[in-house]
Design a protein around this ligand. Structure first.
Ligand code: F6P
Length: 547
């Protein structure tokens, strides 16, 4: 493991900007947000930015105008603008897989043109969207009938990683807009419990399985899909022809889908230039479209596109994803922060932190540059989080008074989708209170003025100076969700561009997969001698005995 992770990337402009930030950090580590706000009464207006329907207040960060200027200089030195153009143009930015990363093309309007290898890919994108819309309406309106002639009541998405987290996050986020006489379920884990606990509640003849897998070879998804198929066929009196009315597939691999027994008519395609964790706007969003309807799904795409266009065209200093990305670098690489908390104050966004976790950590959890040399600086922080106010009664203690610096993103909405008495004002009062308390804390003097005395004073002091961003949006809609998703996608891109890493591959998931296959084989053949290390041999041996 590389232990000297505080140095700069290599090219001269970058190293100069990096050094300037390092010496600037020496000053900034002495300042307190209390002082920064006292010195600049308009700070809360100065450090704000807006794009689409998203308002960002980043004034509660340990920054000055100089910090932001230096960070932008760093981004320029890393050719961020050129890298953005390359991604949007379809250049091979995923160098280790020799692919473009064109998720932004999935959100482009029908009349747009984007050529990849000389072919305009937008018509194909919209052709699939139209097929998805027709199919979704059939399911929603009851035109799509199951094998016994019953309409679909349950939609079960089978997938994992990006083929699960996008659909489940979007369904939960947009549940308010969903058709309530349809129930949605998500099976991802290879643990049979995930499968059993879902299907035990369902009537097979009212159930539609949407098998989502870019590769159509992922162990978990294929195992769950086979079990689903077996379950359905058994429930249908061992009639294999039932599969046609109860299974559809979303994949880039038509052959593997056909081999599984799903007809081409029941397959919705996407393309290898869409990364798994960037695939929600592709046919991977089929279950979302069935839930919320084509019109809302198109609004989600339009929201994504709004933020794409902002990212592509806005100057770096006013660019929301760039600002978020650079602030992440500021804390990660200069303050040594290890993590970043994503804190949506909206119950509908309960899976949003998990989605952002895969997006960020699978994209930027890398240790080599695009040229293949080991990095000698930190890359992605650990993203984590829970919705507010639940988190306040669990881990917020550490963020307020612990020894670790945890930059926070607070995400809140001015209007509730479920107005109920004082609930929303109470929720949002907590939302505003937390970032205020984190920034300004409570001094010893203030604690004493409250009547706390003696040994108790120290425990009641809040140091403050704990940075946060506030993302404030009028209302959670398909369009604003789209904007939020693209905001984080492009923040992740900005970070990867500065760290000079490939944000679009994920080789780090391979080793464990290969090893698991070998061990699985050893479990199926208990007579096979084990040739792992002493610990792994012992553990597998014990499992063999006790299973
Ligand atoms: O775990 C790695 C990964 O490839 C993710 O990047 C991806 O989202 C997930 O597996 C699922 O892959 P697939 O859609 O091919 O089944």
């Amino acid at each position: 493991m590389n232990t000297n992770l505080t140095q700069k990337p290599h090219p001269t402009a970058v190293s100069q900007a990096w050094q300037a930030l390092e010496s600037h950090h020496q000053q900034m580590r002495q300042v307190h947000l209390r002082g920064l706000f006292a010195d600049d009464p308009l700070r809360g207006q100065r450090f704000t930015a807006e794009a689409g329907d998203i308002f960002l207040d980043y004034s509660k960060n340990i920054i000055t105008s100089e910090t932001m200027a230096l960070l932008v200089r760093l981004a320029e030195g890393c050719h961020l603008k050129q890298k953005v153009t390359a991604m949007f143009n379809g250049d091979v930015v995923n160098v280790t897989e020799q692919r473009a990363a064109l998720h932004t093309a999935l959100r482009m309007p029908e009349n747009a043109e984007l050529k990849l290898d000389g072919i305009n890919i937008i018509p194909a994108v919209h052709a699939v969207l139209r097929r998805m819309a027709v199919f979704s309406e059939q399911v929603r309106q009851g035109g799509w009938r199951g094998h016994t002639g019953k309409r679909v009541r349950n939609v079960v998405n089978i997938g994992i990683g990006g083929s699960d987290l996008g659909p489940v996050m979007a369904f939960e986020a947009l549940r308010h807009y969903s058709q309530r006489d349809l129930a949605f379920y998500f099976i991802s884990n290879v643990d049979g419990t995930d499968f059993q606990e879902v299907v035990s509640r369902l009537l097979a003849d009212e159930t539609l399985f949407v098998v989502c897998s870019k590769s159509f070879s992922t162990l978990e998804t294929m195992t769950n899909a086979q079990s689903a198929r077996q379950w359905l066929v058994e429930k249908m009196g061992n009639d294999e022809t039932a599969v046609a009315k109860h299974f559809v597939a979303v994949s880039t691999h038509a052959e593997a889908v056909a081999q599984f027994g799903i007809a081409p008519d029941n397959m919705f395609e996407f393309w290898d230039w869409v990364g798994g964790r960037y695939s929600l706007a592709s046919a991977i969003g089929l279950s979302t479209m069935i839930a919320i309807g084509p019109e809302h799904f198109y609004a989600l795409l339009a929201g994504l596109h709004t933020m794409d266009e902002h990212f592509r065209t806005a100057p770096l200093a006013e660019n929301l994803p760039v600002i978020l990305g650079l602030l992440t670098i500021w804390y990660n690489n200069f303050f040594g922060a290890q993590t970043l908390a994503v804190l949506p104050y909206d119950q509908y966004l309960k899976r949003f932190p998990a989605y952002i976790q895969q997006l960020s950590m699978e994209s930027n959890g890398k240790g080599v540059t695009v040229e293949g040399s080991p990095v000698n600086y930190q890359t992605s922080p650990i993203y984590w989080g829970e919705p507010g106010t639940n988190g306040q009664h669990s881990f917020f203690q550490l963020i307020h008074q612990g020894t670790k610096l945890v930059p926070c993103d607070f995400i809140g909405f001015c209007q509730s989708l479920n107005p109920l008495g004082k609930h929303h004002d109470l929720l949002m009062a907590n939302f505003f209170a937390q970032s205020e308390a984190l920034a300004f804390g409570k001094t010893e003097q203030e604690v004493k003025a409250d009547g706390v005395q003696g040994d108790l004073v120290a425990a009641h002091v809040f140091p403050g100076n704990r940075p946060s961003n506030t993302l404030l949006v009028k209302c959670l809609t398909p369009a604003t969700l789209g904007q939020l998703l693209a905001l984080y996608e492009h923040s992740v891109f900005t970070q990867g561009a500065v760290w000079n890493i490939n944000s679009f591959d994920q080789w780090g998931v391979e080793l464990g997969k290969v090893s698991a296959q070998r061990i699985f084989n050893e479990m199926q053949h208990p007579d096979l001698a084990l040739a792992h290390d002493n610990s792994t041999n012992g553990l597998i041996g014990r499992y063999r005995q006790l299973k």
